[in-house]
Design a protein around this ligand. Structure first.
Ligand code: AMP
Length: 397
């Protein structure tokens, strides 16, 4: 796996136009209010480092899914205002991302200022990796920095296309993300424990298959656990089960056995009669779920089992909630597992989407060694796949 692209300090940036792909895909209300500026904050160290090295940062990002058209509510101007406040320097927001006017605005920008190009996905070619668009972006910079971990699994013009055309390096955020996954996937301190959850097992089977080659213990919770339990012959009531995945799950279970991986599944459940926030919670005694009930969280014995396994880890990676944690009655599994990750003495990484939302909900982020900014990208790393946006940095001039 390619997890060590050229680093930022290897790039000569003095006096140069430094094109930087950042991930400013933040939630913005219609009145321009940014609801969560985490992604903007996480890009600040790289921008500051470029300024310190005498470079002229020219930032590019996508925002939302404008599908190749100009969508007024998806302009990046509100981000420029927030970024300016965080940096304490002027951020010039341009209303386009390619062309003569953009090139001359960059030329005319004051030394020490930062330029933010318009939403790159206003161009239809961006998500198709159109070579002409990649060249148009590349013509605006002398060197390129990718700091958008959350977009690095995309083979898009502003991510990998430009990287192949200019001398390139990873920004500080991207580098920190890759180092964290390197510590988990390439040379982990043992025991290595992975906790996987989330709704559907089909989305995570490649991750399971790859992790079975690496981990000492694998904990499976959430909706995906019921397909495992069904494959083992347990009754699962009306729980979320993917019948077409049962054979693949059986193969994964036999791989775990062959590899000597301890596979931990729920041994009891918190159930409800309906998929509803207000459904009455029923705790099962064992792993079987009676007819008419669906598993919506792992039960108390499972939580104790999972917490103990998490605490045994020297390296721990967690992806996916243990239950429908959005509903208070079914959040205990995710909360207790989250707390066990936070209090684990080993090196801890939380990757992606819902588990990151969960640790935010339970205010645990500060106690975790690495909280990933990229859901899709972190899943692809856990699947053992190279990210196009990272490989392209190594392939660059
Ligand atoms: P994913 O996007 O696959 O990581 O799944 C995350 C979603 O899985 C969350 O919104 C959870 O509410 C949901 N989830 C977790 N456990 C269950 C369950 N037992 N039944 C249904 N949905 C679940």
């Amino acid at each position: 796996m390619n997890l060590a692209p050229p680093a930022l300090d290897q790039l000569d940036m003095n006096g140069k136009r430094v094109l930087v792909r950042v991930d400013f895909n933040v939630p913005i209300d219609d009145d321009g209010t940014i609801r969560d500026d985490t992604r903007i904050r996480r890009a600040v160290p790289t921008i500051q480092k470029i300024l310190e090295a005498g470079g002229r940062p020219i930032l590019m990002s996508h925002l939302g899914r404008p599908k190749g058209e100009v969508v007024e509510t998806m302009r990046l101007a509100p981000v420029a205002t927030r970024l300016g406040e965080l940096l304490g320097t002027e951020v010039l927001a341009l209303s386009e991302s390619t062309g003569e006017a953009v090139a001359s605005a960059i030329q005319g920008a004051k030394a020490g200022s930062v330029v933010l190009l318009e939403n790159v996905r206003f161009h239809a070619g961006e998500t198709k990796g159109d070579p002409e668009l990649s060249r148009a972006f590349a013509s605006l910079g002398d060197v390129f920095v990718n700091d958008a971990f959350g977009s690095s699994h995309r083979d898009h013009c502003s991510v990998s296309g430009v990287a192949r055309l200019l001398p390139s390096a990873a920004g500080l955020l991207l580098q920190a993300e890759l180092e964290a996954f390197q510590r988990v996937l390439l040379d982990p301190k043992r025991p290595l424990v992975a906790i996987l959850g989330g709704a559907k097992v089909a989305d995570k089977l490649t991750v399971i298959d790859n992790l079975l080659d690496k981990v000492d213990k694998l904990i499976v919770g959430g909706g995906m656990a019921y397909t495992f339990l069904k494959a083992m012959g347990h009754s699962v009531g009306t729980s979320l089960v993917q019948d077409d995945q049962v054979d693949l799950v059986k193969q994964a279970m036999s791989k775990a056995k062959d590899k000597g991986v301890e596979l931990l599944l729920p041994v009891d459940h918190e159930c409800g009669a309906e998929f509803s926030k207000d459904t009455e919670r029923v705790t099962t005694d064992g792993a079987d779920i009676p007819d008419g009930l669906m598993g919506l969280d792992v039960g108390p014995k499972s939580r104790a089992l999972f917490v103990e396994a998490a605490h045994s880890a020297a390296t721990l990676v967690w992806n996916g909630p243990m239950g429908v944690f959005e509903w208070p009655a079914f959040q205990a599994g995710t909360e207790e597992v989250g707390r066990s990750v936070a209090s684990c003495g080993g090196y801890t990484v939380v990757g992606g989407g819902d588990s990151v939302a969960a640790i935010g909900q339970f205010s645990l982020s500060a106690e975790i060694d690495h909280v990933s900014t990229g859901g899709g990208a972190s899943l692809e790393l856990l699947e053992g796949r190279d990210l196009p946006g990272v490989s392209a940095l190594t392939e660059s001039k």
